[in-house]
Structures are given as structure tokens and as C-alpha cells.
Design a protein around this ligand. Sequence first.
Ligand SMILES: NC(=O)NC(NC(N)=O)C(=O)[O-]
Ligand SMILES: [Zn+2]
Ligand SMILES: [Zn+2]
Length: 425
Amino acid sequence: MSISHKPNLRPSAQSLGHEAVQLLHSLAQFGSVPEGGITRLVYTPAWREAQAWLEREMTSRGLLTFWDDVGNLYGRSEPASPGGRRILTGSHVDTVRQGGCFDGAAGIVASLIAVSWLRATYGPPNLPLDVVSFAEEEGVRFPVAFWGSSNALAAAEGREPTPLPRVLDEDGIDIERAIRDANLPPASRRSRQPVGAYVELHVEQGSKLEEAGVDIGVVTAIVGQRRYWVEVVGRAGHAGTMSMQARVDAMACACSLLNELLERAAAIPDLTLTAGQWHVEPNAVNVIPGRVTFSLDVRHSSERQLDLFACEIERVCSNITAERRASVRLTSWMNQAPVPMNPSIIALISSAGNDAGWSSMPVLSGAGHDAQTFAGSVPSGMIFVPSRGGVSHAPDEFTSSDALGRGIEVLIRVLYALAYETYLP
Ligand SMILES: NC(=O)NC(NC(N)=O)C(=O)[O-]
Ligand SMILES: [Zn+2]
Ligand SMILES: [Zn+2]
């Protein structure tokens, strides 16, 4: 595929990268925690301040800002004549607990820089070009994920916002109250205009690009992802007086079923299984745990493999708890199918990478992304830039200024083709 017209003024990847680092530095002040890293959970004051900061940055760059019902923030580069499907580019500002300052944030500042560079260089686009900062992607504060992008898509398709789920955070605050407390501006009807394409830049969060010495990852597909709560109920009791034979230790049972699942997971190529969050009751040094609840996160690129592993989880949970006289409740709260990216956008990103002179290679994303919400109904694509050591969801997450600049240059070229050339797949 060839793009007929290309930006004839070449942005300097180096200066784009410098600008990105400065903006990331500013954004990192919101939610930075003394233990290290950034904790910016959706609808918290740190998140709200980050969105407010971003709105000011958008306004100062001449973008028209607006919000929707759930706190997704947009900054639009308006076309000279209104109308047409909007081109969306962005990512998320929420983070995991003690996350790094690149996951989500890199895509936000990249989109902001790319859209402002295009506007300053070529004037208004031919289609509305919106930078979007999705309210929530990580699924960390509440057991919902892609809350921002799924509501953004619903609005763009003329559907009502997703009914508020009855979910609580760790402090017992429900999502409805969290939204109220965030004091969001009113929703704009602009958020209901249809979307023609979605493009997101993100740090790779893995090490394939770094190992291959390649600048740009062209995402071909995003793995499917399922999340569960496993609640194991035993019997609390005295740590010193109850014999090992008599006790029904919920933690011992949880450990043994998790070990079994980890062994089975390791035998399936490319499947990942993570038990990252634990609650122990009563959680005291001299009490046998009576109840243990933990999360499971399972990922694979094949839906069939995820179905098969879901059956394994059920079987292992019920067999092991029965053997140990405990009981178990398994709750599935997220089921995202694997999704391919749009072939025309994939081709567009590859050719933009070539035109810019940066090396690129196809990659499968093992992380979940807002692009997977859109990909089912809107042509979508993703640009990855290398992560040092493949580290992410950790304070020492890092991507160099030069790597960011190259990614932003590619994003500029892709957005030019979509919003100025109106090349719509
Ligand atoms: N890019 C991400 O880190 N995404 C994460 N969040 C979701 N919701 O998938 C994840 O766990 O992969
Ligand atoms: Zn993340
Ligand atoms: Zn992310």
C-alpha cells in the first residue's frame, strides 16, 4: 500500500522526544507516591488533577476540549468545515498501583504532540482529529477494565453509557459515588459523533523490540484476557492449638490450587497466568486463615485456548478444595476476546515507519489496550515503542526520549494520512 501524499515538512524525532519527556515529567507529578512510582487510580484526586492538567495543555495548544459522561477527556483539532467521522488518537492516564510514568501516559503525550504539530504545520485537518484521554483502562481500582474506552465507543455509536456496575473499591466506595466525587464537567454532544479510525501509541511493556534492536512495533493483534476472583473458604482457628490434620486452612488450600494451575499454565505455550491480588481473613499472625480471596489473570491469543483453560480452572478449584474440605467460589469478571488490528491501519503504520526511515516489525500485544475495545467496530491500530528491559507496571519502567520521538513521528504520519488525506480504511 502506498500513501500518495506525505507530510513534506519533516518533524524532528529528537525534538518530539524532548517535548514528550518534558510533558511526561509534568504529568508524573500527579499521583507520584513516596514508596516509588505512580498511583493514579480512576476518579481519585490525582487522576482528576491529571485530567485537568491535560485539559489546560490541550487548550493552550489551540485544541477544543470536551468531556463525556464517564470522564473521558477530548481535545479536538477542528476541521475548517465541520462534520465527517472523527479520527481518534490517545490512551489512558490511570495507572496501576506504583506503576511507571510511561504506560498510558506516553500515548497521551504522543497524541497531544502529534495533533498539535500537525495543526501548527498544516492548519486544520479535513476530519475532526481528537486526542482522547480515556478515564480508565487498568481495571485496578474497580473490577471493571476498559471502562473509559467502552463508554467512548458506546457514545460514538449513539448508545447510552454502560449502566453503572455495582462495584466497590478497596475502601468500600462504589463507582457511582467515585464519579460524583470527581466532579466531572458536563458531557458534550461532540463525544457522540461517529469515529472513523483509532490509533494509539503505547510503550511495548515487553522486550521483543529491544532484543531485536527495532524502533517501532506494528501491533498485529492483542491477546484475549480473562480475570477471575477465587474465594476459598476454610475454617479460622488457633495457630497453636489446632493440629495440622484437623485444620481447614484456606491459605494452604489456595496455595495448592494455585500451584497446580501455575504448573498447568506453564505447560501451554504462550499462556500467561498471574495471581497478583490477595485478601486474607482475618490476616493475623496467630490465626489460621479462614478465607482467602485472590485474583487470576489469564491471557492467550487463542480464544479456544482460553476456553480450555477456563475449564481447567473450574476443575482444579473444585477438586483441590474438595480434597481439603474447603469450599470455593469462582467469579469471572472480565472476558476480552483476542482481537486483530485493522489490516489497512497495520499497513499504514508500517509504511509510515519506512517513510520515516525507522525500523519496524510486527508484534503481538500481551498487554490489554483501549484499542481492543474499538477494534471490533472501528478500524484501529497501535504503534509500540521499546521499553527498557521490557519492564512495565513498575516504577522503573523506561523508554528513551529518542524512542518516543520516533514513535511520535510515525504517529504524525499516520494521522496525516487519516485526518488530512482522509484515507479511511
Ligand atoms: N497496557 C496495559 O498495561 N494494560 C493493562 N490493563 C488492561 N486492562 O488490560 C494490562 O493488564 O495489560
Ligand atoms: Zn498498564
Ligand atoms: Zn496502558
